[in-house]
Design a protein. Structure first.
Length: 72
């Protein structure tokens, strides 16, 4: 699989492992919902998106406050 935001260098994260994770292969250690203290029915991708969206909202609010403080 081609990754637009990941450049694989060396062997720490082999392409085969990244492919298995991207496919949602549940045999990859540490990739089950329970490993993240989530309910077994929760989808990790949904939880990740939710956390990213929340972090982005906080970042945007911080940037607005930063710009406002420069005006004062």
């Amino acid at each position: 699989m081609a990754y637009t935001s990941i450049s694989v260098e060396g062997g720490l994260f082999p392409v085969e492992l990244l492919d298995r994770i991207a496919r949602g292969d549940s045999t990859v250690p540490g990739q089950k919902s329970e490993h993240f203290n989530l309910k077994s029915t929760a989808r990790i991708s949904d939880e990740t998106q939710s956390a990213f969206s929340a972090a982005r909202s906080y970042w945007e609010a911080f940037q607005r406050h930063l710009e406002h403080s420069k005006e004062s």
